[in-house]
Design a protein around this ligand. Structure first.
Ligand SMILES: Cc1cc2nc3c(=O)[nH]c(=O)nc-3n(C[C@H](O)[C@H](O)[C@H](O)COP(=O)(O)OP(=O)(O)OC[C@H]3O[C@@H](n4cnc5c(N)ncnc54)[C@H](O)[C@@H]3O)c2cc1C
Ligand code: SF4
Length: 283
C-alpha cells in the first residue's frame, strides 16, 4: 500500500477516490483496513493539510479530541463529549473529522456479515444480538451511531466547510436506503476542513455507558440553549446522530425487543440535560 503526502487540502481531495482513502489519526481506518472491511491501494495523509486548532467559532477538522477536551473556548457540550469518548491514548490520535466519519460499531458489520449496510437485504442484528442498537430510524438498519462529538455538534447547530462546499452537520448524515447504503453524504473526493460551531448560552453532554470510561454510548444526550430554545442531539440511538425537539419525541421511538431499555435511559438523560441548560427562574 502506498502513502501519499499531498502538500495542500485541494491536492489531497484530488488524490482521493479510485482506491485512495483519506488517513487522519488512523484509529478507525487502520483497524478497518486490517480486517479487510475497507480496501485501499493508497492512503492520503491529511495531517499536514487539514486545519488544526480553534480560532473563534471555527474548529479545524484535524484538531484532536484530546486538544478539544481541555479547550475552555469551545462549548461545554463539545468539550464533555470529547472527554467522554474512547481512552486518553485514542483521544490523543483521534481527529474531530475522523470521529464524525467513523463507521458503526455493529458487530455483524464489523465481522463483515453481508447485512443491509454492507449491501445485502437483511439486518442480522434485528433477528440476533442487538442490545446496543437503535431505537429510532431502524427500519432497515438498526445500528447506533457511536460519535459523542457528533451528537454535541448536532445540538450546537454546527456547520462544516469542506474542500468543495459548506453545509450543516445535519446534512452530513442520512439513513441508509436501498439506493444508498452509506450513512454519510460526503463525496468521494471531499475533505472536511473545519467546523463552525455557534456559541450557546449553555450546553451539556451526558453519556450513559457500560463502564465509566472507554465505552461507547448506550445513549448520549447533548443539549444546547440558544435564547429561549433548547436543541437536543443524541448518540447511540439511531444509525445517524439523532435530533429531538423535546422529551415528548421519545414517544415516537421504535425500539427493538432488546433496546427498549434505552428509551427509559434517554428519557432520564434528556430531562436531566434540559434541566442543566435551562435558564434559572427569573434570569
Ligand atoms: C476502542 C475505541 C473506542 C472508541 N470510543 C469512542 C467513543 O466512546 N466515542 C466516540 O465518539 N468515538 C469513539 N471512538 C472512535 C474514535 O474517536 C475515532 O476512531 C476517531 O475519532 C477517528 O479519528 P481519526 O483521526 O483516527 O480518523 P481515521 O481513522 O484516520 O479516519 C476515519 C475515517 O474518516 C475519514 N477521514 C478522516 N478525516 C477526514 C477528513 N478531514 N475529511 C474527510 N475524510 C476524513 C477517513 O478516510 C476514514 O474513513 C473509539 C474508537 C476506538 C478504536
Ligand atoms: S444493524 Fe445495520 S450494520 Fe448491523 S447488521 Fe443490521 S444492517 Fe448491518
Amino acid at each position: 500500500m502506498e502513502l501519499l503526502r499531498p502538500d495542500s487540502a485541494e491536492a489531497a481531495a484530488a488524490a482521493l477516490g479510485n482506491g485512495s482513502v483519506a488517513l487522519a489519526g488512523g484509529t478507525e481506518l487502520v483497524p478497518l483496513l486490517r480486517d479487510g472491511i475497507v480496501r485501499a491501494e493508497k492512503l492520503v495523509e491529511l495531517r499536514d493539510v487539514v486545519p488544526r486548532g480553534v480560532d473563534g467559532t471555527r474548529i479545524g477538522a484535524g484538531t484532536t479530541l484530546a486538544e478539544l477536551e481541555v479547550d475552555p473556548d469551545i462549548p461545554q457540550a463539545l468539550r464533555e463529549a470529547c472527554s467522554l469518548a474512547a481512552s486518553p491514548q485514542l483521544r490523543s490520535m483521534s481527529t474531530l473529522g475522523g470521529n464524525l466519519l467513523q463507521a458503526t460499531r455493529c458487530w455483524y458489520w464489523r465481522l463483515n456479515f453481508p447485512c443491509y449496510l454492507h449491501g445485502g437485504d437483511t439486518c442480522h442484528a434485528k433477528a440476533g444480538q442487538h442490545r446496543e442498537h437503535a431505537i429510532f430510524g431502524n427500519e432497515r438498519c438498526a445500528s447506533a451511531h457511536p460519535s459523542d462529538p457528533a451528537a454535541a455538534l448536532l445540538a450546537l447547530g454546527a456547520r462544516l466547510r469542506t474542500t468543495s462546499r459548506e453545509f450543516s452537520l445535519v446534512d452530513l448524515y442520512r439513513l441508509p436506503t436501498d439506493e444508498e447504503r452509506n450513512v454519510t453524504a460526503l463525496e468521494p473526493g471531499e475533505v472536511i476542513l473545519e467546523l463552525d460551531v455557534p456559541r450557546p448560552e449553555a450546553s451539556v453532554y451526558l453519556k450513559a455507558m457500560e463502564r465509566r470510561k472507554w465505552s461507547f454510548a448506550i445513549v448520549g444526550v447533548a443539549a444546547a440553549r440558544f435564547a429561549d430554545s433548547i436543541r437536543l442531539g443524541l448518540a447511540g440511538v439511531a444509525p445517524i446522530p439523532w435530533a429531538l425537539s423535546s422529551v415528548a419525541d421519545l414517544e415516537q421511538a421504535t425500539p427493538l425487543l432488546g433496546t427498549a431499555y434505552k428509551v427509559q435511559i434517554a428519557r432520564a438523560l434528556v430531562r436531566r440535560a434540559v434541566e442543566a441548560v435551562s435558564a434559572p427562574a427569573g434570569a
